[in-house]
Design a protein around this ligand. Structure first.
Ligand code: GLC
Length: 677
């Protein structure tokens, strides 16, 4: 029988979604008893038998890894990390009676002996950037939980954490990471993705912390107390990376080095995309494309949602709805349109169905500890799931995409990969599900399931079409997902609030290492209206992922649905996107190379401007374009903050001196747009 890594309970009393972090009852690590040096840092041994490794990866990047009450385990594996071998910079260590001090060209890491507190200082100024408020902690009762608490500055601001339905500045917020299929509104937490990486900003200097722990994790940025900012997990290791800026862009570049750079997507991925749940049969899908062309609306991609499959069986085509998939994709290709198909991870439990039979015979499906298959319920009904941590299973999954590439399908849409299970969206009933996990046979880790599915898909597409850049879009993910996939923000709603929320969501994703983002334009669920759809396109035309999509029960909202007046405005913005493609592609290449996202908060370009710290109803594209969208019904003018410098109104050429607010007119045809001088 397989061994199961201890599945931590919820003894940190952190189990309830979005509960603030309570550190009471946890046992502190330490104090320091001694240390040894290695080529890349030191290993501190504590009087309680604990060990803390401080590893220097770069002058501005330090890893802290702790084992509580025992030595650090030899196994050291993460699905997130891309770069494991670093050119260790010059460093030195000194000790005195109070502390061990590690010096890199940019950082001074002080390990105070008693109590054991880790403090990061600027090497030049000796100013504290970030410091433990109390020693790292563990849950001695369950043996599973770990926590860290950092001093909280009076004017400290927090950003990042990936996909969060929250404002840009996360101060006073508390968040959970536990991939979940959830339709959402502002405040819903957790969502589909887990990116446990955040940026702190204080007195103009930024740092980053990547808590690489894919168990259920929690972050508290002054929600429970003004004394500390804390992060914790129900299990796994206290294992985090500390990044020092002081510039945020520098941190994002390092984060990309560590967890992987987004590969360049094909240029067509920046084209306009159209989707809807319900585009079948093939003739109806063709009609959508015909209408796009007839109406002189740009279009590069058409999506097929689950309706193309035979009974929602992945890797199949419905013989009635899509009798000749190759002819279908060819017909669209002639009009310059690519096809992307949805691929869900649930494989229908259906003896006689090839994917099920093969996966079962090869032992590729996730199982429970007692050896029985793990079942869930998704679109095809009773379904099983692949253990993507099994190398052979991942390869098989990737190769199965021949069912699409053989028919000219251009890209893959990975949905439902939290994984969604209609019987249990919390994962509570999965405690005894085992995944191979490099031979560790660990308890199933839902936070990395989507990441590993996307990886298997990406590598499959690379094998099947070696000379083409893979294009994948995913709903779920973990840190590192940018190596394999673009993302969209799942099932939003057709509301003004959802449109407004999408701005800080994209900005936050961009500050979390995911540059290629977007939302369902018009909103997925509910009823959009002409004004909302038009205003939505005025944002979507500048997001990397620009796709109109709707639920099967939603009101139709293709660009022409509300008549020629609105369609004309939408056309104007889609055409502007295409005119800007060389610029957008260039900025995307910058994201690929440097980690600085295309869709940015002002803050990223104007880190020293205190006014920019919380602005999330405006955004920038690269460092040259600034948009102040209209996010409320009936509004035809708004206040716009322009950072210091010269700005030009994109439409009129009028020149402005920044450093303050201006009021600008914004009739429905015109979104406030400015070009940096
Ligand atoms: C999920 C997806 C949505 C898709 C639907 C049907 O809700 O988020 O985009 O249309 O499933 O596949």
């Amino acid at each position: 029988m397989k061994t199961l890594a201890p599945f931590a309970g919820c003894l940190l009393s952190l189990c309830l979604p979005a509960a603030a972090i309570d550190l009471s009852g946890l046992t502190p690590i330490g104090p320091v008893a001694g240390f040894t040096t290695a080529t890349d840092g030191i290993v501190v041994t504590c009087r309680d038998g604990s060990q803390v490794a401080i590893r220097i990866l770069a002058p501005d990047l330090v890893r802290v890894r702790a084992a509580f009450g025992h030595a650090l385990p030899a196994r050291d594996h993460s699905w997130a990390i891309d770069k494991t071998v670093w050119d260790v910079p010059q460093w030195s260590v000194k000790e005195d009676s109070g502390a061990l001090r590690i010096f890199t060209p940019e950082l001074e890491v002080v390990v105070h002996r008693d109590p054991l507190l880790v403090e990061f200082r600027d090497a030049a100024t000796h100013q504290t950037i970030n410091a433990d408020e109390r020693p790292m902690m563990f849950d001695a009762h369950s043996g599973g939980g770990v926590a860290a608490a950092k001093k909280l500055g009076f004017d400290e601001h927090f950003y990042g954490l990936g996909e969060k339905a929250a404002r840009l500045d996360k101060r006073r917020g508390h968040f959970t990471m536990w991939n979940r299929d959830a339709s959402y509104a502002e405040g819903s937490d957790p969502l589909y993705q887990s990116i446990p990486f955040y940026l702190g900003w204080q007195n103009g200097a930024a740092y980053g912390i990547f808590f690489d722990n894919s168990y259920r994790t929690y972050f508290d940025f002054g929600a429970s107390t003004q004394e500390y900012a804390a992060f914790s997990a129900d299990g796994g290791e206290m294992n985090y990376y500390f990044f020092y800026g002081p510039s945020m862009k520098k941190i994002l570049a390092r984060y990309a080095d560590l967890t992987g750079h987004m590969p360049m997507p094909p240029l067509w991925a920046l084209g306009n995309q159209q989707c809807r749940w319900g585009y079948y049969p093939d003739t109806l899908a063709e009609e959508v494309v015909r209408r796009y062309r007839a109406d002189d609306l740009p279009l590069d991609v058409l999506y097929l949602d689950i309706d193309y499959m035979d009974g929602y069986r992945v890797f199949t085509w419905d013989p009635k709805r899509f009798p000749d998939p190759s002819a279908f994709t060819e017909k669209l290709a002639k009009q310059g349109v690519k096809v992307v198909t949805i691929v869900d991870p649930g494989i229908k439990y259906d003896p006689g169905y090839q994917a099920f039979d093969q996966g079962l015979a090869k032992n590729f499906f996730l199982k429970r500890l007692d050896g029985s298959l793990f079942h869930g319920k998704v679109w095809p009904g009773d379904s099983v799931f692949v253990d993507y941590t099994l190398p052979d299973a991942a390869r098989w999954w990737g190769d199965m995409h021949r069912a699409y590439t053989d028919h000219g399908v251009a890209g893959i849409w990975n949905d439902m990969n939290e994984p969604s299970d209609f019987l249990d969206q919390t994962g509570q009933t999965q405690g005894d599900v085992v995944s191979y996990d490099g031979g560790a046979n660990s308890s199933f880790n839902r936070n990395v399931f989507g990441l590993n599915e996307a990886r298997a898909t990406f590598e499959g597409l690379e094998r099947l079409r070696p000379n083409q850049r893979p294009y994948i879009i995913t709903r779920a993910g973990y840190a590192g997902i940018q190596r394999y996939s673009t993302m969209w923000t799942g099932d939003n709603t057709s509301t003004w609030d959802a449109l407004a929320l999408s701005i800080p969501m994209f900005q936050t994703l961009g500050l979390s290492g995911e540059p290629f983002v977007g939302a369902d334009a018009g909103g997925f669920m509910g009823r959009t209206n002409a004004e909302l759809l038009t205003r939505w396109y005025q944002v979507a035309f500048l997001t990397p992922f620009c796709r109109n999509h709707a639920d099967r029960t939603a009101y139709d909202h293709e660009p022409w649905r509300f008549g020629t007046y609105y369609e004309g405005i939408i056309r104007k913005y889609l055409k502007l996107r295409y005119r800007l493609l060389p610029f957008l592609y260039t900025v995307l290449e910058e994201a690929h190379r440097t980690g600085a996202p295309l869709f940015r908060p002002l803050l990223l370009n104007y880190q020293d401007d205190a006014n920019a710290l919380t602005i999330d109803d405006e955004f920038m594209v690269g460092d040259a374009l600034l948009e102040a969208p209209i996010l409320r019904p009936g509004e035809t003018s708004r206040l716009v903050y322009l950072p210091a410098g010269t700005w030009y109104d994109y439409w009129t050429g009028q020149r402005y001196s920044g450093g303050g607010m201006i009021r600008v007119e914004a009739p429905l045809e015109t979104v406030p747009l400015f070009v940096r001088g």
